[in-house]
Design a protein around this ligand. Structure first.
Ligand SMILES: *Cc1c(COP(=O)(O)O)cnc(C)c1O
Length: 401
C-alpha cells in the first residue's frame, strides 16, 4: 500500500484505524507454501489469535489454509467464517475437559497439553483421536514472555514424560494421531528449530497411528529496517529433507503442519493515528496521538518496536520524537524515534500492526476500539466498525442504589 492509499483510508474512516493489505498476506502465505513445496502433504493452520477478524479468516480459507485456535470462541469464529472444522486445530492451554469436549462436538481436531486431561479424556472418549503437545525443553523465542518451550514453561507435556503418555494410551486404548510442538515466537536460529524438530521426530517414532506432525510457529518477521527474519526458504529446504527421511523410516507419508500467526499477518497491517499535540519539554519533543496502549499494547507490554512513518509529510527533515498516547498513565509507543518533522494533525503510520495489535485492544479509559479496514484489490473495505458509546455500556446493568 502507498502512503496515499493509507491517507485515503484515514480520510474515509477517520482515525485511529487499523488497515490490512490482503496482497501482503497472500504473498506471505505463498512464500511459506513455496518453501515447503517438496513436502507431499503440507498444511498451514493460521493462528487466529494474531488477528481474528472474520474477513481475514475468510481470506485464509480462500487460500486453502486451516486455522489454529486457542479458545472455543476462536473455534466458533473459524466455523462462522466458513472454515471446515476438519481444518481447524484446537490448541488450548490449561482449559477444562468440557471445553475440549465442546470442540470435539464441533468436529475440530484437539491437541492436549497435559497428562491429567489426557488420561481423563482418553478414559471418557477412547475413540476420539487426539494430538499431543510436547515440550521439547529447547530455549527459543524472542523474550521470556513469548518463548514457551523451555524447562520452566507451562506449555506442553515434557518429553521426559513420554513413558507415562504411552502408558495412558495403552490403558485407555486411545489413539494419538498427531505430535505438536510450539517453542515460541521470534525464532532467529534455524539450527535451534531443527534441533527441536529432531526431538519431535524421536517422540513421534514411539507412536504407531500418527497422521501429522505439527511444528508450531515462531517465524520471525523484521520489526525494523535491517532486522533479521527467519529464513523460511533455508528452513524449508533443511526441514523438508529431514521430514521426508523421517516419513520413510516411519513407513507413511505424514502431513507436515505449521501454525504461523505473525509471519502471515504482521507486515500486512498498519495502525494509523493522528497527532493531536506536539509538545516540547525540557528533555524531548512529544508527539501525542489520538490513541493509546488500549489500541496498540505491544510497545508497553513486550517492549516491541513498531517503526513509525509520518505519512502526511514523509519528505521533511527528520527529528527525534517520543511518540505517546492519551492514556492517563505512562503510555509510550516509541522513544527517541527519528521521524520526519511532525505538525499537528499529521497522520502517523505504525508498521507491523497486523499481528497481536487489534486482537489485544481494549476499552481502557472507556475509549472506543478503532475500526478495521481491509485493503483488497486496490479498494478499502470496512471490516469492523468503530465502536460507539452503546458498545461501552452494552453489558452493564445499573442497580438502584
Ligand atoms: C500464538 C501461537 C502460534 C502463533 O505464533 P506466531 O509467533 O504468531 O507465529 C502458533 N501456535 C500456538 C499454539 C500459539 O499459541
Amino acid at each position: 500500500m502507498t502512503h496515499a492509499n493509507l491517507l485515503e483510508v484515514t480520510q474515509q474512516f477517520g482515525s485511529p484505524v487499523y488497515v490490512y493489505d490482503s496482497e501482503t498476506i497472500i504473498n506471505q502465505y505463498k512464500r511459506l507454501t513455496e518453501a515447503f513445496k517438496k513436502v507431499k502433504h503440507l498444511r498451514l493452520h493460521y493462528a487466529v489469535k494474531a488477528l481474528s477478524n472474520l474477513s481475514i479468516l475468510r481470506l485464509f480459507n480462500q487460500l486453502g489454509s486451516g486455522l489454529d485456535t486457542v479458545s472455543i470462541q476462536e473455534v466458533k469464529l473459524g466455523i462462522a467464517a466458513g472454515v471446515n472444522p476438519k481444518k481447524i486445530i484446537f490448541t488450548p492451554n490449561g482449559v477444562s475437559i468440557g471445553e475440549l469436549e465442546e470442540a470435539v462436538g464441533l468436529g475440530v481436531q484437539i491437541n492436549i497439553d497435559n497428562l491429567l486431561i489426557l488420561e481423563q479424556f482418553g478414559t471418557k472418549h477412547p475413540k476420539v483421536p487426539v494430538c499431543i503437545r510436547i515440550n521439547p525443553h529447547v530455549m527459543a523465542g524472542g523474550n521470556t514472555n513469548i518463548s514457551v518451550g523451555h524447562i520452566d514453561s507451562k506449555f506442553g507435556i515434557s518429553i521426559h514424560q513420554m513413558p507415562h503418555v504411552l502408558r495412558i494410551v495403552e490403558n485407555t486404548g486411545m489413539t494419538i494421531n498427531g505430535i505438536h510442538m510450539h517453542t515460541g515466537s521470534d525464532i532467529l536460529d534455524i539450527g535451534v528449530f531443527l534441533y527441536a524438530a529432531e526431538i519431535l521426530f524421536d517422540v513421534a517414532a514411539k507412536f504407531q497411528n500418527l497422521e501429522f506432525l505439527d511444528f508450531g510457529s515462531g517465524f520471525k518477521v523484521p520489526y525494523h529496517e535491517g532486522d533479521i527474519e527467519t529464513d523460511v526458504e533455508e528452513l524449508g529446504t533443511k526441514l523438508t529433507k529431514r521430514f521426508n527421511e523421517f516419513c520413510k523410516s516411519y513407513g507413511k507419508d505424514l502431513t507436515l503442519a505449521f501454525e504461523p500467526g505473525k509471519f502471515l499477518v504482521s507486515e500486512a497491517g498498519f495502525f494509523l493515528a493522528k497527532v493531536n499535540v506536539v509538545k516540547q519539554t525540557t528533555s524531548t519533543v512529544f508527539a501525542q496521538i489520538d490513541s493509546g496502549f488500549n489500541h496498540l499494547v505491544r510497545p508497553m507490554f513486550y517492549g516491541s518496536n513498531h517503526d513509525i512513518i509520518n505519512i502526511s509529510h514523509p519528505k521533511r527533515n527528520k527529528r527525534f520524537y517520543s511518540v505517546v498516547g492519551y492514556i492517563c498513565e505512562t503510555d509510550t509507543f516509541a522513544n527517541n524515534k527519528m521521524i520526519t518533522e511532525i505538525s499537528e494533525g499529521d497522520i502517523l503510520a505504525f508498521k507491523n500492526a497486523g499481528a497481536y495489535c487489534y486482537s489485544m485492544a481494549s476499552n481502557y479509559n472507556s475509549r472506543f476500539r478503532p475500526p478495521e479496514v481491509l485493503w483488497h484489490k486496490g479498494k478499502a473495505h470496512l471490516i469492523r466498525q468503530r465502536e460507539t458509546f452503546d458498545d461501552i455500556v452494552r453489558n452493564q446493568l445499573e442497580v438502584a442504589l
